[in-house]
Design a protein around this ligand. Structure first.
Ligand code: MN
Length: 132
């Protein structure tokens, strides 16, 4: 991406909940003052997270690039820099980059006292390829 960086890219994400290469910077750590950790997440082209749910919900602020947000049993929507995505508690969804563009978003996990994200199955290459 040639876009100007706002927040640090952070560290490469090394867990089984993501496909492709993604990066994470903790901007606000999880604590008992705010219950609202904030992360900068950068997805390289083709990268996305598995299907998952947030018991307390999540807000995404797209700060760069282009990608997808999809809720279970709904069509994927294209998301771009400037979009704000409100994800209600316990709604199964995924988010990530487009095949031909990176995506950067701020992820705000709200009400985390309600519990950790529940990670589910990956978005298959077949499901993902069908979107473009
Ligand atoms: Mn999410």
């Amino acid at each position: 991406m040639t876009e100007q960086v706002i927040f640090p890219k952070g560290e490469k994400i090394a867990n089984e909940h993501f496909s492709g290469t993604a990066w994470l910077e903790v901007l606000v750590p999880e604590d008992s003052t705010f219950y609202c950790p904030v992360f900068n997440v950068t997805f390289e082209p083709g990268a996305r997270n598995n299907w998952h749910k947030h018991p307390g919900g999540q807000v995404l602020l797209v700060t760069g690039g282009r990608g997808y947000y999809q809720e279970a049993k709904k069509k994927a929507q294209v998301i771009r820099k400037g979009d704000v995505i409100r994800i209600p508690p316990d709604v199964k969804h995924w988010h990530g980059a487009a095949p031909d563009s990176g995506l950067t978003h701020i992820a705000i996990s709200t009400n985390v006292q309600k519990g950790d994200a529940e990670w589910l199955e990956p978005v298959t290459d077949e499901e993902y390829t069908r979107l473009s």
